[in-house]
Structures are given as C-alpha cells and as structure tokens.
Design a protein around this ligand. Structure first.
Ligand code: COA
Length: 261
C-alpha cells in the first residue's frame, strides 16, 4: 500500500502469509507534518530519540515512519500500536520483542528524501533500502571506495547518462543485503557482488569467502517511486512479493514463473 495521507488508518487485522513479502511505501512529505498524531503512538525511548534530531525534517521522517511501522505491525498482530516493544541487535537492527515475537514477523525499513519503504515477512530475515537518485554525486569515487572490483567494472561500462541510476541500483542492493543480515557496516562491502542491471530479480551474484551464502538469499529490485532506486533482500526462496505500487504478486525466484495476481 502507498500511504500518502496524514489521516491514514488501518481497520482490522491484515493477513501476512508465510510465503509472502509485503512492501509498503510512505510519502513522508505528506504524512510528516502530522507529527503530533504520530508522536502519540511512540514509546518513551522513541520520543527521546526523536527529540535528539537536529533537523525537524529528519525528526518528522523518523517519527512518522516509526509510528507507521507500529501501526502496520499492530494490524498484522491484532494488537495496539503502542503495546509493541522492540529489541535491537548489537548492530542496531530492530525486531519485535516480548510476547509478539512468537509470531515471527520480521521487518525492515528505509527512508531517503521523501520516501520510506517498509518490508514485512514471517519467519525470514529481510532487508530493504530506498535511495533518492541524486545527480550531484561522485559515483566513480564512491564506487572506488565501497564497491567490489566486479561492480566497479560493471558501473564503468554504463554510458555516462545512465551511470547515476546504475550506481544507486547497486548501492540499494548492497544496503538491502547488509540490512537483511543485520551486519551493518561491519560487513566489508567488497565481499559480495550485486548486479546493477535494471529490473533484476536475482541480483546477488557472488559472496566471499563463503560462495554458498549467495544461494541462501534472494535479492531483487523493487519499485521505490519516481526518482528513487530500491531493493529488497530476503532469506530463502519460494516467496512472493506483494508490492505497494502494483497491487499484484510477483514471484521472487528466477526459477519460478510470475504468479497470477
Ligand atoms: C544503519 C544502516 C543499516 C542503514 O543506514 P541508511 O541506509 O543510512 O538508512 P536506512 O534509512 O536505509 O535504514 C535505517 C533503518 O534501518 C534499520 N536499521 C538500523 N540498524 C540496522 C541494521 N544493523 N540492520 C538492519 N537494519 C537496521 C532501522 O530501522 C533504521 O530506521 P530508524 O533509524 O528509523 O530506526 C547502515 O547500513 C549504514 O549506515 N549504511 C550506510 C553505509 C554506506 O556507506 N553504504 C554504502 C553502500 S555502497
């Protein structure tokens, strides 16, 4: 679903089948100004974190995306948004804690510019990343620093006018993997290769030193909105994506056929 109204609410429980990944998009420009409403949904520690943001735009993005995370999770769980509690891994990846953790709902969120993406699964680790495609970026310099040799070569093979979009496809795919594993910046970004071809649904090409790791994950491009690149990485295969933009279910695995809506 695409959340574009500050008055957004969810009535009743929503199903999250085990073989499905559900992707939501939030228009932060539309929902951010309704901050007092979203603040009411947050816990004490979340409100304290919100108060530490220097820029009000960053605070609004955090507050509205965290509140909507709670509202959507509560709809999956049949609970109240304020009842939910989170724990954080050593690298700060949030997960449900307490009694609600037993339902094995996994989630990940990402925000950039005026967009937030929220991905939900059951029993599978998940990472999502969205980035505003910027053209004022030294893509060659950053690629030299962070991308693998394979990726640098693939990037330089793109024509100049296509290189920024290719760069952000690569970046979001790398981030989605790092976020799915929860490893944050501790995983050297040169230890795995992703494809930067547009529309790729099987984008994790190689992992090092353990080459079998690449087969454990499914990484694909997802719709991020006009002017945005976005990617999703999920543990295992045999799941379908229910994406915000398409109202349709798309197969993840390259070996499966696309499912009928
Ligand atoms: C924190 C990090 C996980 C993602 O940061 P990011 O891309 O700047 O931010 P995103 O908006 O995509 O994601 C932030 C959300 O991820 C979640 N998150 C935080 N730590 C996480 C972790 N270790 N694993 C997974 N998710 C995490 C949180 O929900 C966070 O949202 P919140 O701050 O509203 O609670 C980390 O990977 C990072 O700092 N990456 C940037 C590093 C870089 O240079 N990348 C180059 C790629 S080529």
């Amino acid at each position: 679903m695409n959340i574009t109204r500050p008055g957004f609410s969810l009535a009743g429980p929503i199903a999250l089948p085990e073989n499905e990944v559900q992707l939501w998009r939030v228009d932060l420009g539309a929902v951010g100004p309704e901050e007092p409403r979203w603040q009411q949904v947050l816990s004490e520690d979340e409100r304290a974190r919100a108060a530490r943001f220097h820029f009000s735009r960053d605070r609004q993005s955090y507050v509205s995306s965290r509140a909507l995370l709670r509202i959507i999770l509560a709809a999956y769980l049949g609970a109240e948004p304020r009842e939910l509690s989170f724990r954080y891994s050593e690298k700060e990846k949030p997960a449900l804690s307490g009694a609600h953790a037993a339902q094995k709902i996994e989630f990940n969120i990402s925000h950039s510019g005026m967009a937030a993406l929220l991905a939900f699964t059951r029993g599978r680790e998940v990472g999502v990343d969205v980035e505003l495609i910027r053209h004022d970026f030294d893509v060659e310099g950053i690629a030299h620093r962070f991308f693998s040799e394979h990726e640098r070569q693939e990037l330089m093979a793109f024509a100049l006018e296509e290189r920024h979009a290719a760069f952000f496809r690569c970046w979001t795919r790398k981030e989605a993997y790092v976020k799915a594993t929860g490893s944050g910046l501790s995983l050297p970004l040169s230890q795995f290769d992703v494809s930067m071809a547009a529309g790729n649904i099987n984008a994790l090409i190689a992992t090092r030193p353990d080459a079998t790791e690449a087969e454990r994950w499914c990484m694909r491009e997802v719709p991020g909105g006009d002017g945005y690149a976005a990617a999703l990485c999920v543990l295992g295969r045999g799941w379908r994506l229910r994406a915000w933009s398409e109202q349709e279910r798309v197969s993840c695995s390259a070996v499966d056929d696309v499912q009928a809506p």
